[in-house]
Design a binder for this molecule. Sequence first.
Ligand code: NI
Length: 184
Amino acid sequence: MILPVVAYGSPVLRKVATDIDKNYEGLPQLIENMWETMYKADGVGLAAPQVGLPIRIFVIDTASMEDKDESLKTFKKVFINAHIVEEDGEPWAFNEGCLSLPGIREDVKRKSKIRIKYVDENFNVLDEVYDGIKARVIQHEYDHIEGVVFTDRLTPLKRRILKSKLSNIAKGKVDIGYKMKFPL
Ligand code: NI
């Protein structure tokens, strides 16, 4: 089932999401719905707060970014109860967009390398290190479960320039090809 994507300005995007346990009701169905919603919107990642749930789940499939790096073709993962435990390396700029902020794309600087602990959809415990674009997509989705959106990471000047665009998104004054839910 395709779920509406929650737009910028919605309080759920500002909450620090909570861990879930194995018995979280309807978990397999939720994950299925998140995949379906993400693919329908041509996204490479989607976090549970973006479908209105303040819980620590995000899904990533970078297959469509294959042209940037061959290994992205098969990078498809579910991250549950994720916690980034280390972040280092030289900050680098990469152009980001977000299904909750349609029509906005900006270069965002983030550190190049992360170490992340999480469980997969079968609750296998994982502790992994990522760099490059994989780290970048994880960092973007991880921000969502920490109540952060990518425009928060821009300079005050850039944010000021985007202010009216962001307020139009919150009001639903956007042209989009997927189902969304607006706060105002
Ligand atoms: Ni996003």
